[in-house]
Write a protein that binds this ligand. Structure first.
Ligand code: HEC
Ligand code: HEC
Ligand code: HEC
Ligand code: HEC
Ligand code: HEC
Ligand code: HEC
Ligand code: HEC
Ligand code: HEC
Ligand code: HEC
Ligand code: HEC
Ligand code: HEC
Length: 411
């Protein structure tokens, strides 16, 4: 006979053994999900494939970190009774990446925009879903080499911005892209070096890395020596005082299709520099405001250098051959390439043996009468002599004609 006490003990012990053997329900495992989603033929009724490549997921950063299906597809976390509902909540990356999500929410990509079908950019548009890797991994969608295609998936055609379709794609014609794609230089500039990855703002927003306020710093992160030269020059000194009428890198080099100055397509190719500088230096408003001399293009064009340059000659001097390009200084500055004491060296770079006298001739001859008395006097003598010669010649012809006619009338 078993006593009631013993029976109770047996029942309790059995229950404990069973409880220990069957653990509390911990949510579905990856294998539970892959029982269906590991089938490469699984599709929705509309034919959208639902196959999940568990090897790819395993090689992703999340696979490596031991994140399971339901850590992301969180509404199936406590689910037991398959099949599950056909529609699931979108994955909320913010539940683990709050900082990144906040930055994207405040960017232009996180806000709805005008238009019939506003596109809100999601994490998966840039990172993918099951194959997410850190940016330093070459296979990542956010690796430097792959960034242009990741961004251009939308910015090639899908999205309209002010400068029009194809503006962003001009990047692919730049030396930055050539260096990245052909030379494999992952340190070259990509969309993200200039615009940011999460904190992308409209280009004229003061927060944007490419706004006029910030562009020098942005290019200067890589071109540090040029940033320094620029800030020491006449343009850069004003820029540092927040005067934004002076040129910034992109005014001279353009934004996306930046090329070496030796490339015919560059905005600063030798024969194009004059047009770049003159946009401002022949501008009456700027001239009045900053007390600048105008007619720079006209006077340059009238010079030997300017004429030859117009015919495509690249060896003659352009504005920057004499003035420099990044650290341009006014002629009054003893360090300026056009300070009277330095002109012989400046001209001598191309005119070997150019002495002080050679370099003294005015380059920008606005009015010869006041600016270059000697040339003016010679010109006046020229005009007088030529006018005199023509008058004498005409008088001679007239006299000759008169003589011939008189002879004919006589006969
Ligand atoms: C019994 C088979 C089965 C199992 C097990 C299963 N699924 Fe599914 N799953 C489906 C089917 C079928 C669909 C397509 C439903 C439809 O659109 O008709 C689907 C759709 C989905 C979708 C797309 C939902 C949407 O909104 O488009 C996700 C995400 C998903 N499953 C995740 C999971 C996860 C995570 C697990 C494991 C917790 C899991 N599934 C387990 C059969 C299954
Ligand atoms: C790092 C988070 C993450 C993990 C881990 C993850 N997924 Fe997903 N999954 C996503 C995202 C993001 C999407 C895109 C749809 C969305 O935003 O909800 C997605 C989409 C899906 C879809 C729908 C495919 C489609 O084209 O609509 C299925 C099915 C799915 N996941 C199943 C799984 C299964 C099964 C696992 C585990 C083996 C898993 N997921 C693990 C983030 C994840
Ligand atoms: C417009 C493209 C884009 C979108 C949208 C985007 N990311 Fe990123 N993300 C990047 C790039 C590019 C990097 C690489 C780091 C860098 O160079 O800035 C990155 C890096 C990261 C990193 C690692 C570095 C860090 O900041 O911790 C995390 C985590 C991350 N993103 C999460 C997210 C999440 C979560 C979302 C959605 C809320 C998201 N990203 C949306 C482009 C994007
Ligand atoms: C359950 C939490 C969780 C969710 C949800 C989640 N992640 Fe992660 N994520 C992690 C962990 C953990 C790591 C690995 C951290 C590490 O090793 O630095 C990681 C790493 C990353 C990285 C690489 C970070 C780096 O150092 O470069 C990116 C990018 C990323 N996640 C993006 C996403 C995106 C996009 C989503 C949504 C589709 C997402 N994550 C959803 C937990 C999560
Ligand atoms: C070397 C720096 C640099 C790189 C690299 C770069 N951008 Fe830009 N981007 C700029 C600057 C500067 C502007 C501002 C133009 C302006 O002020 O109108 C700009 C403007 C834009 C605009 C706004 C155009 C508009 O219509 O107003 C978009 C969109 C854009 N870039 C996308 C991209 C994409 C996508 C890539 C990569 C394929 C890229 N950018 C690469 C510097 C860069
Ligand atoms: C899923 C599509 C999508 C992807 C991917 C994407 N963008 Fe955008 N981007 C947009 C949309 C939509 C806008 C807002 C356009 C508007 O309304 O002006 C925008 C706006 C911008 C702007 C501001 C343009 C302006 O008007 O000043 C810049 C800069 C930009 N994106 C750069 C990037 C960069 C860099 C990447 C890659 C890291 C990227 N985008 C990836 C869709 C995308
Ligand atoms: C992330 C770093 C980085 C940033 C940011 C960057 N550049 Fe560059 N840039 C490079 C590298 C690297 C090269 C060298 C490419 C080559 O010729 O191999 C280069 C080349 C150039 C060249 C061609 C030089 C030559 O002689 O071939 C010009 C011009 C230039 N960059 C201007 C700019 C301007 C203007 C900006 C800002 C709008 C900028 N860069 C932003 C890294 C950068
Ligand atoms: C006023 C116009 C102007 C501005 C502003 C300007 N550049 Fe230049 N840049 C030039 C010219 C002209 C050349 C070509 C000089 C030559 O033929 O060697 C040049 C050449 C370059 C080169 C090629 C290497 C070299 O020095 O010859 C790089 C790189 C460059 N610039 C980057 C920048 C960056 C970065 C900024 C902004 C910090 C900038 N530039 C601002 C006009 C400008
Ligand atoms: C975006 C307009 C802009 C462009 C482009 C520009 N400049 Fe200037 N430049 C200015 C302004 C504004 C000043 C006046 C700065 C001051 O003196 O406060 C100035 C000053 C100067 C000065 C000093 C003038 C003086 O009388 O002190 C010289 C020299 C000069 N620039 C040469 C050039 C050359 C050469 C180029 C082309 C390579 C060029 N600039 C392109 C706007 C421009
Ligand atoms: C062959 C050399 C040379 C070329 C080419 C040249 N300049 Fe000059 N520039 C000078 C010299 C020398 C001065 C100072 C004496 C003078 O005013 O003639 C000067 C003066 C100036 C000044 C007044 C600056 C000051 O501090 O006095 C500006 C502005 C200027 N040039 C702009 C330009 C522009 C813009 C171009 C191209 C369209 C250009 N220059 C082409 C040599 C040159
Ligand atoms: C970038 C090179 C370069 C610089 C700098 C330069 N020149 Fe020239 N210049 C030329 C070339 C090339 C010719 C064509 C004739 C030749 O080969 O001598 C020329 C022709 C001339 C001519 C007319 C033809 C002649 O030989 O008499 C004069 C005058 C002249 N330069 C004066 C100057 C003065 C003054 C300076 C300095 C303020 C200067 N140049 C700086 C390249 C330059």
């Amino acid at each position: 006979m078993i006593s009631r006490g013993t029976l109770l003990r047996i029942v309790l012990t059995t229950a404990a053994v069973i409880a220990a053997a069957v653990p509390a329900f911990a949510g579905p495992s990856d294998d539970d999900c892959l029982a269906c989603h590991g089938d490469s033929g699984l599709k929705t009724d509309q034919g959208r494939p639902l196959y999940v490549d568990s090897a790819a997921l395993g090689a992703s950063i999340h696979g490596e970190a031991g994140i399971g299906c339901v850590d992301c597809h969180a509404d199936l976390k406590a689910f037991e009774d398959f099949p599950h509902a056909p529609k699931l909540k979108p994955v909320d990356c913010a539940s683990c990446h709050e900082e990144a999500s906040a930055a994207v929410r405040e960017s232009i990509h996180g806000r709805p925009h005008d238009g019939d079908k506003p596109i809100i950019v999601q994490c998966k548009d840039c990172h993918g879903a099951h194959d997410i890797r850190p940016a330093k991994n070459m296979l990542s969608h956010t690796a430097a080499m792959n960034i242009p295609d990741t961004c251009l998936a939308c910015h090639l055609e899908r999205v309209q911005t002010k400068r029009g379709q194809g503006f962003a794609a001009l990047y692919k014609e730049s030396d930055h892209y050539r260096a990245l794609a052909l030379a494999g230089l992952s340190l070259s500039a990509t969309c993200v070096s200039c615009h940011g990855g999460h904190s992308v703002h409209p280009v004229d927003d003061p927060q944007s890395r490419v706004s006029r306020l910030n562009i020098i710093r942005t290019c200067g992160t890589c071109h540090a020596g040029i940033e320094k030269d620029y800030l020491e020059g006449v343009h850069g000194k004003d820029y540092a005082k927040d005067i934004l009428d002076v040129p910034v890198c992109t005014d001279c080099h353009s934004e996306h299709d930046i090329r070496s100055p030796e490339n015919l397509g560059s905005g600063v190719y030798a024969t194009k520099v004059a047009a770049v500088c003159s946009r401002c230096h022949d501008d009456e408003r700027l001239a009045r405001q900053y007390g600048l001399q105008t007619s720079r293009l006209k006077t340059f064009s009238a010079s030997y250098h300017g004429t030859a340059s117009k015919f495509g000659e690249v060896k003659v001097a352009n504005c920057s051959s004499c003035h420099g390009h990044h650290g341009i200084r006014p002629s009054s500055d003893p360090l300026s390439s056009i300070h009277p004491a330095n002109l012989a060296t400046t001209c001598g770079a191309c005119h070997p043996g150019a002495g002080e006298n050679f370099s003294k001739g005015k380059i920008h001859v606005v009015s010869e009468k006041t600016e270059n008395r000697w040339a003016y006097t010679v010109k006046i003598i020229y005009i007088v002599v030529i006018a005199g010669l023509i008058s004498v010649f005409l008088a001679f012809i007239a006299a000759d004609l008169y003589r011939r006619m008189r002879t004919r009338w006589r006969h």
